[in-house]
Design a protein around this ligand. Structure first.
Ligand code: FAD
Length: 470
């Protein structure tokens, strides 16, 4: 029997449900990756993320060759192109079964439903396996079998459910008989690429990064995770977003290094576990509320928010020229590195949607276009949380003060100085409000583009009016 493993956002050979099942019964296996230049562009995929994918595929090629699994990488342009290419490859290679990891986005789901029908019509089995979450969407439900809409009860139920599900990490499959007359082929991605080499892609480096974090830095995660100047978080998001690491691998490494992480809720290990559960929460929401992947808000009333149309303001936010140092340093970090610290994502998202009252979708798109860890579920969830159109349990008057956030989380301004060299001469006491420094006129740095107190009041009025309209 010959099977096809369709690689998607599960770029790994270890702990991969689709690959393991494709390899069952000693089947011959061909691995296929289909890039989709046009669809990626329509969904603003960041060139740095595309580069990471290309480097990872190149790295996987010899690993798969050792297993006698040819890797075929082709350009399919669109989701429809992927479906058509798949059908034709199945016919050409006489494939018995297609195995892949289930996608939770709406368009991808539609493509898969159609593909399943077409494959069935040709006698080919289609196995779309839940592998992107520890617990499958639809398995963490309220007492009345409804999806959770708020995080804390979801987490409680998730932890209870996990006790019932043994945590197993699948090994890499064994080498098998090579399929005859199918050679590996590698079509370079046609998408624009931006250098991602700051992020290693080999399994040894990933495994070391995960284990070193779980053994050492996780202990101080609770204190350090909100300090952007400190390397206090795992930095694993690009790998989790593309499935280069599975969430089960993360949990297994955490449990091994910190066996009591489940019990001590004040520990760094539990705080990190909490973030992995946030990741699951947003994926479950995306699977259960299709409107989230169709550019709609979670809360219907928020459709009435009178967002401001302000292209110049948006451009200043995008380029890190708002006059609020913590916001600008964060936006410059994103432009330069393709990554941004979580605390800063919350601050800049609050600033765009509350201080500037610019629609969260502009921010969501800008993030996707630049993030190396761009992930529809986490990004949409994070933006809607910050904009109060999503699942935040707090109402819309959660509005971060960008100055006090900077003072609190970058107290000595060292993160700001790293990304805003034009503020090098500003003394520590003025670094969060450089316009107040007597030498401000000499600075090549703008004054604050809004008065935060006024902007805050305006945002509250605008949200209140939207909510009143229902
Ligand atoms: P750690 O603190 O080490 O956390 C471990 C892992 O947990 C992360 O790698 C990530 O997979 C997951 N995680 C952590 N926090 C969250 C969270 N709040 N929501 C969902 N998953 C989380 N994360 C993305 O992976 N892709 C995105 O596109 C993305 N966009 C975001 C947009 C906004 C507006 C906000 C507020 C958050 C966004 N996040 C996104 C979540 C979070 O900021 C990043 O996952 C985190 O900064 C990654 O750094 P880390 O790997 O060091 O995280």
């Amino acid at each position: 029997q010959r099977n096809l493993w369709w690689i998607r956002d599960d770029l790994r050979t270890v702990d991969n449900a689709a690959l393991s099942q494709a390899c069952a019964d000693n089947a011959e296996v061909v691995a296929v990756y289909l890039s989709a230049q046009q669809s990626w562009g329509e969904h603003d995929m960041a060139p740095i993320q595309a580069d990471l994918i290309q480097r990872r595929l190149q790295q996987m090629k010899p690993i798969l060759a050792r297993l006698n699994i040819p890797l075929v990488v082709r350009e399919a342009q669109t989701l429809t192109g992927q479906r058509e290419t798949l059908l034709s490859l199945c016919q050409q290679w006489s494939v018995a079964g297609v195995f892949c990891s289930q996608a939770y986005q709406w368009n991808e789901g539609q493509r898969d439903r159609q593909l399943a029908l077409e494959l069935a019509g040709r006698g080919v089995e289609f196995h779309c396996l839940q592998d992107a979450c520890v617990l499958a969407p639809g398995t963490v439900l309220t007492g009345s079998a409804q999806p959770y809409k708020v995080f804390t009860p979801f987490r409680k139920r998730w932890l209870e459910r996990l006790q019932l599900a043994p945590l197993t990490v699948r090994p890499e499959p064994a080498a098998r008989t090579a399929p005859s007359a199918i050679a590996s082929e590698f079509t370079a991605l046609a998408y624009p690429l931006k250098d991602s080499t700051a992020w290693p892609v080999d399994d040894a480096a990933l495994s070391h990064k995960l284990q070193a974090f779980c053994q050492q830095r996780v202990v101080d995660y609770q204190q350090d995770r909100d300090r952007p100047a400190i390397d206090g978080t795992s930095g694993l998001s690009p790998y989790l977003a593309l499935g280069m690491l599975s969430p089960r691998q993360c949990l297994a490494a955490l449990t091994l290094a910190q066996p009591d992480c489940w019990e001590v809720q004040e520990s760094g290990a539990f705080a990190w576990l909490n973030e992995l559960i946030w990741r699951e929460f947003y994926r479950h929401l995306m699977a259960q509320f299709p409107r989230l992947s169709r550019a709609q808000p979670f809360h219907g009333w928020s459709r009435h928010v009178a967002w401001r149309d302000d292209p110049a303001g948006l451009a200043r936010w995008q380029q890190g020229q708002t006059g609020f140092p913590i916001v600008d340093a964060a936006m410059r970090q994103l432009l330069a590195t393709g990554w941004m610290h979580n605390r800063l994502r919350m601050i800049v998202a609050s600033f765009l949607t509350k201080d500037l009252l610019i629609h969260w979708q502009h921010g969501e798109r800008w993030f996707m276009a630049h993030l190396i860890d761009g992930d529809l579920a986490a990004n949409n969830g994070g933006w809607q949380w910050a904009a109060s159109t999503g699942t935040d349990a707090q109402p819309y008057f959660r509005i971060f003060n960008p100055t006090t956030q900077g003072q609190r989380f970058d107290p000595d301004g060292s993160f700001i100085r790293r990304w805003l060299p034009e503020l090098a001469d500003v003394p520590m006491g003025e670094i969060h409000q450089p316009h107040r420094w007597p030498g401000a006129a000499r600075l090549d740095y703008p004054p604050p583009m809004v008065d935060h107190s006024q902007a805050r009041r305006a945002a509250i009025e605008t949200f209140k009016a939207a909510k009143a309209r229902g």
